[in-house]
Each structure stands twice: as structure tokens, then as C-alpha cells.
Ligand binder design. Structure first.
Ligand code: SF4
Length: 429
């Protein structure tokens, strides 16, 4: 929309002028992390991080496996002391014995150079090293320790993520840029200087890594902040100034709906502009909630934006005074949980099922129309309507369900549809 300079009102553009769909992905260098490609023409990769003590091998293996089963394509673990470094190869080995080949990334701060030196098996087992340029070391040691980390990446043939973070900004660089800013004829505001310090911290460190011999195709960059507008500004700038693959995420996003909304708002704007090669949703789990929620949110963000497909999506109306009971909400939940639970199996036995679209609607007002747009949709009876639930398959009314077993019968119809359309037998000879 344009602003009407006279009236100050928005002018709605004709529909034909609107561009639908995200911009093509920005051209970035492609990085191989274990068996996963990030950047270039690879799809946006979903990653996550454990919150177990890495020393707890069994607990960490279980959580990595859970995250992988939920769809995380890369999983990062904390490596903060010699015990956790010693645990890493055992964790990777146990995962392999379970048939889980997910690349495990080591998250290092302060002592990564010592840990990698002390545990060669850890250096070998990890698929990537995450280095925070603000936490590599202080004073003269900083450059030496950074160089040592890059040496290990070269020695073990590993990629690195140079991950700057608002909360651990390189203070010497920030002070230097503040001094330079004071000399400007028109000084920037402090926020802009700090954003520049964050970006420069990542870019300068990446340039140094390249000088030390690490190919640019082995470097992923990130510059995480916790504010939505700041993140958008930082990544737009980062994308303009380099062609490194970018890891995208809002750090310390928060708990519950706040964390989901803030992450989605920031990442959606950037991915719509083609920025971002791998994403992580840094949710604070609600007490008792599974760690895998961050993976589900990342997948749903990518899928609702039309960037990737992971699991059948259920369109459901919000319900209103026309809905007769909670049955409609329960059915939407049962259907979403059923297809999500089936997807790991369908991925192998029924490839393409992730593109299936479903609709669960509460009454006749929008029910039949929305159901016709889905591959399979059901329109439940609203207040005062006959107790019958027409089911639409491929846009045609196929059957009407009644009675107490509607949920069970609808789920069976979904399974039958998946079998017919995506089963191996459905493949052309
Ligand atoms: S489809 Fe019916 S029940 Fe659902 S929100 Fe619309 S009017 Fe209400």
C-alpha cells in the first residue's frame, strides 16, 4: 500500500499488483553439516538445542532423539567442561546405534580451545562447532584462542558457526565503535552503534577465519538479539554485507505465546525477504512442556509460509456462538495430533503425505466451502442444524457422518485417503 500524500490515507493497490509468496532465497554459500546442507539452494533447515546436562549421556541421547523425531535436522548441545566434552562421543555413538544420524553441534564459550584440545574424540564426533566471538577470550588471548578454534575446525574438517549474541557482545569492539562514533559529524544513536558492533563482530571474525584458511563454505553466521525490530534490522544489514549462510533466530524469545509470536514475527519478515538458511526458535519451555515444542513451531512457521512441508496442516475455524459443543475443538485436536503422530511413518511409507490439507469446521456457514478447498474436510453441525457432518473429499461431498463415532470414522477416512493417494501402490509403474 502507498500513502496518499494529500489525505494521509492508505491507497489499496489493485490485486494484480500484489506479489504473492516469499522472495527467492538470497544467494548464500552452501555449508555441509554432517548429512545436512545449509544455504545455497537447500531448503531452510530446522534446528534445536538440548537443555539437558550434556554429562548426562542417557538423558541427552533421549532428548536429542526426541528432537530429531519431532523433525529437528540439526541438534546443538552445550559443551562447557571436560566431562561434557568426554560425553559427546558417547552420545553420538549411542544415537548412531539407534539409527539416528542427526548432526550434533557443540556450543562452546570461553574454553572451547581447551576442551577440543583435551578431547580429540569430541572434536571428531561433533558435526559443527559454534563459536561466540564475544566469549572466545579476553585481551590478547582472544585472538590466539579464536585461531586455535579455527585450527581445530581445519584439522577435523568441520564447519563452524560464528554466532554473535546481543547478550555477550564483544565489549572491546563495542567500545572502539563508540569512540569512532563520537568523532562523527552526526553521531549515530547508541542502539545503531551496538547493532553495528554485533554485525562487525560476526563479519570480522568470519574474515579472520577465512584468513586462517577456513573456506567460506564452512562458515555459518548469526547475530542474535531479543527484540523483533532489532533482529530484522540486524539481519537485513548482515544479508546486504555478506554471502555467508545465515542461522536465524530471535534469542531469548520468551515463554509460551509471547515467545512463539515474537519469533514468528521476526523470522517471517526476514524469510519473506529470502533471508535465513537455518532457523531455531529459542522458546523457554513452559514447566512440564516438551522441549520438542520449539521444533514444532519452527516447522509450522516454515509450512504456513509455504516454504516447506512437514506434516498435514489442519484448517479449523475458531468456533463461535453457532458451534454446539467442544466436540468441534476436540476433533480438530484429534486430527492434528493423529497426522503429526503418523507423519514419521508416512514420511517413509507414504511420501508426499506432508502436503495433505485438512479442514475441520464448526457449522454450515463456512464449513462446506472451506472443506471443499481442502483435500478432506468435515463440516460439523452447528446450533439448530441437523445432526449430520458432511465430509468432502477432493472438493466433492463424499459421505455424511452421524452418531458417536464421527471422530474415529473421520480419522479412518484420512488414513484411507493417504493410503490411496500417497501409498507405494499409488505410484505409477
Ligand atoms: S464456520 Fe460456523 S462455527 Fe465456525 S466460526 Fe464460522 S460461523 Fe462459527
Amino acid at each position: 500500500m502507498n500513502a496518499d500524500p494529500v489525505a494521509g490515507h492508505a491507497i489499496v493497490q489493485p490485486l494484480s499488483d500484489w506479489a504473492f509468496g516469499p522472495a527467492p532465497r538470497r544467494a548464500t554459500r552452501q555449508v555441509r553439516i554432517g548429512n545436512i546442507l545449509v544455504g545455497g539452494d537447500a531448503p531452510v533447515v530446522v534446528q534445536s538445542m538440548t537443555n539437558t546436562d550434556t554429562v548426562d549421556v542417557a538423558g541427552t541421547v533421549k532428548q536429542v532423539a526426541d528432537l530429531w523425531r519431532a523433525g529437528s535436522e540439526l541438534v546443538r548441545v552445550t559443551v562447557n567442561n571436560p566431562e561434557s566434552a568426554a560425553a559427546v562421543p558417547r552420545i553420538v555413538e549411542k544415537l548412531a546405534m539407534m539409527g539416528i544420524e542427526v548432526p550434533v553441534i557443540g556450543d562452546f564459550h570461553y574454553n572451547g580451545h581447551q576442551l577440543l584440545a583435551g578431547e580429540p574424540a569430541c572434536a571428531q564426533a561433533l558435526a559443527k562447532y559454534r563459536i561466540n566471538p564475544g566469549n572466545v577470550g579476553f585481551g590478547k588471548k582472544r585472538d590466539t584462542q579464536f585461531a586455535q578454534l579455527i585450527e581445530f575446525a581445519l584439522q577435523y574438517d568441520k564447519p563452524v558457526r560464528i554466532g554473535a549474541n546481543w547478550g555477550s557482545l564483544d565489549q572491546s569492539l563495542a567500545a572502539q565503535l563508540m569512540d569512532e562514533n563520537a568523532q562523527r559529524a552526526e553521531p549515530w544513536d547508541a542502539g545503531r552503534v551496538l547493532r553495528e558492533a554485533l554485525i562487525r563482530s560476526a563479519l570480522d571474525s568470519a574474515a579472520r577465519a577465512v584468513d586462517l584458511g577456513l573456506p567460506a563454505e564452512r562458515i555459518v553466521l548469526s547475530c542474535k538479539v531479543s527484540g523483533v525490530q532489532e533482529l530484522i534490522a540486524v539481519y537485513r544489514d548482515l544479508a546486504r554485507r555478506s554471502d555467508f549462510a545465515l542461522h536465524l533466530g530471535l534469542t531469548e524469545a520468551g515463554i509460551g505465546s509471547k515467545g512463539i509470536v515474537a519469533s514468528s514475527a521476526a523470522l517471517a519478515v526476514l524469510m519473506q525477504e529470502g533471508i535465513g538458511d537455518t532457523i531455531r526458535i529459542s522458546l523457554t519451555p513452559e514447566p512440564g512442556a516438551p522441549r520438542t515444542q520449539e521444533v514444532v513451531v519452527a516447522q509450522e512457521l516454515l509450512q504456513t509460509m509455504g516454504l516447506r512441508a512437514f506434516t498435514p496442516m489442519v484448517t479449523a475455524c475458531p468456533g463461535c456462538g453457532r458451534t454446539t459443543s467442544e466436540f468441534f475443538q476436540e476433533l480438530a485436536k484429534v486430527v492434528q495430533e493423529h497426522v503429526r503422530a503418523k507423519m514419521p511413518e508416512w514420511k517413509i511409507t507414504h511420501p508426499g503425505a506432508e502436503h495433505l490439507t485438512l479442514a475441520v469446521m464448526g457449522c454450515v456457514v463456512n464449513g462446506p466451502g472451506e472443506s471443499r478447498h481442502a483435500d478432506i474436510g468435515i463440516s460439523l453441525p452447528g446450533t439448530g442444524e441437523a445432526p449430520a457432518a458432511p465430509v468432502f473429499i477432493d472438493g466433492q461431498k463424499a459421505v455424511t457422518l452421524r452418531g458417536e463415532h464421527i471422530a474415529h470414522e473421520f480419522v479412518a477416512l484420512i488414513d484411507g485417503y493417504v493410503e490411496r493417494r500417497y501409498g507405494r501402490a499409488a505410484e505409477p509403474a
